[in-house]
Design a protein around this ligand. Structure first.
Ligand SMILES: Nc1ncnc2c1ncn2[C@@H]1O[C@H](COP(=O)(O)OP(=O)(O)O)[C@@H](O)[C@H]1O
Ligand SMILES: [Mg+2]
Length: 249
């Protein structure tokens, strides 16, 4: 389980998160929704130790991330796969090398094992035929699939997804959505997804949390989250309707 308690994070002169508290429960998919620029990516980076909160606590299976030293962070990161916003592959590495990267970095397998594992994960995401392609040669959807394979290769207990469907066409989004759902169902992976994609949320979320005013202001199960009077539903649907109405549509 990932537990965040009263997390504060500021960039110089700009407070982003203020007393953010949330539990990401085991074997479920939790989706944090919130508008652009609200701090979703910052929060995911705090969980992986890429950014250091100024106060508060984030524990993963009871291990504290906020004050963790280098070695501790490394062991915590081994449990977490992260899909960065836009997929973010290494441009100078081909598909195979991108997917192999976490294994190489953590020195957790022989070259032969790495090869076999990379092939099997490329199969899983349907990208084996592109193993030697460079990222620049791939469509957005293909890059995202490669990035998911890379996030999964250490067989992490936790997967963090930063806007997994943003910028994808509907068909590619549907593939990515199905992939996230399948991983959760078949491998009981604990997933934390941040997004503002309502269709994605409706499809994969077990729990939905709303990030607003620098903290989590509402949480609900999927059913309740999409009820008319839910703050989450209001955020998603009503705000859009209101803005359209204000503009005369
Ligand atoms: N490296 C940075 N330095 C200063 N401000 C940043 C930096 N990265 C993000 N921010 C600011 O922090 C806020 C939250 O950013 P982010 O977490 O990326 O938003 P989201 O992912 O919800 O769209 C934004 O206002 C953004 O401008
Ligand atoms: Mg972001």
């Amino acid at each position: 389980m990932i537990r965040a308690r009263d997390v504060h994070f500021s960039f110089p002169g700009r407070e982003v998160l203020h007393e953010l508290t949330i539990d990401v429960e085991e074997s479920l998919t939790t989706v944090i929704v919130g508008r652009s620029g609200i701090g979703k990516s910052v929060f995911l980076k705090c969980i992986t130790g890429l950014l250091r909160p100024q106060a508060g606590s984030i524990t993963i299976d009871g291990e504290e991330v906020v004050n963790a030293g280098r070695a501790e962070l490394r062991s915590i990161r081994r449990k977490i796969g992260m899909l960065f916003q836009e997929g973010a592959l290494f441009d100078s590495l081909n598909v195979k090398e991108n997917v192999a990267f976490p294994l190489v970095y953590h020195k957790s397998a022989t070259p032969r094992e790495i090869d076999m594992k990379v092939d099997s994960y490329l199969d899983l995401v349907g990208m084996r035929d592109s193993a030697t392609s460079m990222p620049q040669e791939l469509s957005g959807g293909m890059k995202r699939k490669v990035a998911i394979a890379r996030a999964m290769i250490l067989e992490p207990r936790y997967l963090l997804y930063d806007e997994p469907t943003s910028g994808l066409d509907p068909a590619s989004s549907a593939i990515v959505e199905s992939m996230i759902k399948r991983l959760q169902e078949e491998r009981a992976i604990t997933s934390l997804v941040v997004t503002h994609d309502i269709d994605l949320t409706r499809f994969i979320a077990d729990r939905i949390a709303l990030l607003e005013d620098q903290r989590i202001i509402a949480q609900a199960g999927r059913e309740d989250g999409f009820r008319e009077d839910s703050p989450i539903y209001v955020h998603f649907i009503k705000n859009r309707e209101r803005i359209r109405a204000e503009n005369g549509y």
